[in-house]
Design a binder for this molecule. Sequence first.
Ligand code: SF4
Ligand code: SF4
Length: 217
Amino acid sequence: MLRDIDLNEISDGKLYENNDMVKADCGGCKGCCDCCRGMGSSIILDPLDVHRITCGLDRTFGELMDDAIELNVVDGIILPNLKMTDKKEACFFLNDDGRCNIHAHRPGICRLFPLGRFYENNSFKYFLQVHECPKKDRTKVKVRKWISTPDIKRYEKYVLDWHDYLGSLQEHIMSPGGEKDMKAVSMSLLRRFYQQPFNKTEDFYEQFYKRLNPYIF
Ligand code: SF4
Ligand code: SF4
């Protein structure tokens, strides 16, 4: 989530759409895994991320909670994030060769990096983070190719709808008297979108929208 940050300080000053070319291609990140270490709780997982990982590894959300992910409060809502483990503060899925063990199932934030999303006017665009990735010789790549997610239009709509939904819940919790609902909102959210698995043989987005109901408590 990007707030109270001057975009000009952290980006190249441009906003990109999915068909634009952007200097983000790290050429396979050879020899580097900086964005898989020391990320704290910042790699927050959305329902599609968890769906991908649970299907790809054939593990339940509960099993992932044993080692790979953890829960943290984000603006009043409990959400899962990738866990950084051991002294090196490395992602659980980073292997000894410094490569991602779940590359095909990696979360949306990992697919984006070093891009970020800038939400404005009921929409979002992409921006290039200029201080985060140390690779100096990055080449241009189309944003949609870099993100490497099928059905980009549906994916972007889902990203926006999920972002707006969380925003409305967070707004409620932060409003006068809303704090009392904090636990119930989080428990319901976790149960409906994370713990209760999505059917891997059915369309994810159709299942997601069936569960997306503005009144969760
Ligand atoms: S910091 Fe940049 S080069 Fe290093 S792993 Fe991440 S995206 Fe690749
Ligand atoms: S899931 Fe893979 S790409 Fe993402 S932080 Fe972990 S090791 Fe890195």
